[in-house]
Design a protein around this ligand. Structure first.
Ligand SMILES: Nc1ncnc2c1ncn2[C@@H]1O[C@H](COP(=O)(O)OP(=O)(O)O)[C@@H](O)[C@H]1O
Ligand SMILES: [Mg+2]
Length: 359
């Protein structure tokens, strides 16, 4: 599969604000590609540049092998779903959905056929005559999607399309969006600040901060191997243990925490980073409770200072004198997690889990 979108060294300033700074990435045909980052990091600016609504100051956007410089939005094979949906309130569902085809002067018979197909796909059959004001949030969402998809764009640009929905509906729509994307095979370029949303739906995630892409990869790769503190912190939960030294003695790293604890890690440290301040990063679910620690694991003790029951999981906050305060998460498998009355616990993690990251 080839790259349908190539963004090459694109920058965009608003006065003194560097909204997008020298960004490059490629999207493959049929991919669900997400730009994930906090508010203000430049996500919408990139989508607007791709859709042709604004022009970059420098760099290139190639779609389908063609340089998009000077090409207006309606002459690009893209369609955008805006954050606020922007449905026409005075039109009914059908009129909203077929708006783009009308503008393109599509023949009525073809409009009927395409309309039927898209409402069937999106579960909107029978809603055609309804005013959009009489729809639920989820239905409005699907109308906005139908309106963008009916013109059969090669690339659908979606700007936080689920942000206005309540949590339950948002999660239901995440599953649905992914299913729709698989079914129709259109390339999705999806923008969100919600890490859970990006992790569930995407084939590839580009993590952004302050106008730059700082890591790209599949959801599981980015979750398991964040290569910087921002990504590790932004995606999922984690422990960051400040370190005073890291030594590479061949097979393992020998690590000393600021609080004095000594342990080993099978991770690597990049040479170029060896002068900046290191922390050890480990996910809460990688730390196990118990003293039957297997070979090649680090074992410590601590005191439980809080425990939170979350149904399928139980989360502990543990104060360990040698490491600091850690978050530990275990599966609720019905057995008590081996904590005595005084709250003292022994816990361990494997050398292969966790990694040294740098500030
Ligand atoms: N039209 C504009 N004029 C001035 N500054 C803007 C404009 N649009 C966006 N910005 C600024 O550019 C930065 C990136 O904005 P944006 O792309 O909207 O971020 P995001 O979508 O990730 O929240 C922000 O600092 C924002 O305030
Ligand atoms: Mg935005």
């Amino acid at each position: 599969m080839g790259n349908i979108v190539e963004v090459i060294n694109v920058s965009k300033n608003y006065g003194d604000i560097k909204a997008v700074e020298n960004i490059s990435f490629n999207v493959k045909e049929g991919e669900f590609y997400s730009l994930l980052g906090p508010s203000g990091c430049g996500k919408t600016t990139i989508l607007r540049i791709l859709g042709g609504f604004i022009e970059q100051d420098s760099g290139k956007v190639i779609i389908d092998g063609k340089d998009m410089k000077g090409i207006s939005p309606n002459r690009r094979n893209t369609s955008m779903v805006f954050q606020d949906l922007a449905l026409f309130p005075h039109m009914n569902v059908r009129e909203n959905i077929i708006y783009g085809l009308r503008k393109r002067k599509t023949r009525p018979a073809a409009i009927d056929k395409k309309f039927k197909r898209i409402v069937d796909t999106l579960g909107l059959s029978g809603f055609g005559k309804r005013p959009v004001s009489a729809l639920s949030g989820g239905q409005r969402q699907r109308v906005a999607l139908a309106r963008s998809l009916i013109i059969e764009p090669e690339i659908l640009l979606l700007d936080e399309p689920l942000a206005s929905l309540d949590k339950k509906l948002r999660i239901a729509m995440q599953d649905e969006l992914k299913k729709i994307q698989r079914k129709i095979g259109t390339t999705f370029l999806y923008v969100t600040h919600d890490q859970g949303e990006a992790l569930t739906m995407s084939d590839t995630i580009a993590v952004m901060n302050e106008g730059k892409i700082i890591q790209t990869g599949s959801p599981d790769y980015i979750y398991d191997y964040p290569d910087n503190i921002f990504t590790a912190d932004f995606i999922g939960a984690g422990n960051f243990i400040p370190l005073s030294s890291v030594n590479n003695n061949g097979q393992f790293l020998s690590i000393r925490a600021e609080k004095g604890g000594e342990f080993r890690s099978a991770s690597r440290i990049p040479h170029s980073k060896s002068l900046s301040v290191p922390v050890f990063f480990i996910r809460p679910e990688k730390i196990k409770i118990g003293s039957n620690n297997p070979e090649n694991s680090n074992i410590f003790t601590g005191t439980v200072i809080a425990s939170v029951f979350e149904g399928p999981d139980i989360r502990f906050e543990v104060d360990s004198l040698e490491l600091g305060i850690l978050r530990i998460e275990i599966k609720n498998d019905g057995t008590p997690p081996g904590i005595n009355k005084s709250g003292k616990i022994t816990f361990y993690w494997s050398y292969k889990d966790g990694m040294v990251l740098f500030r």
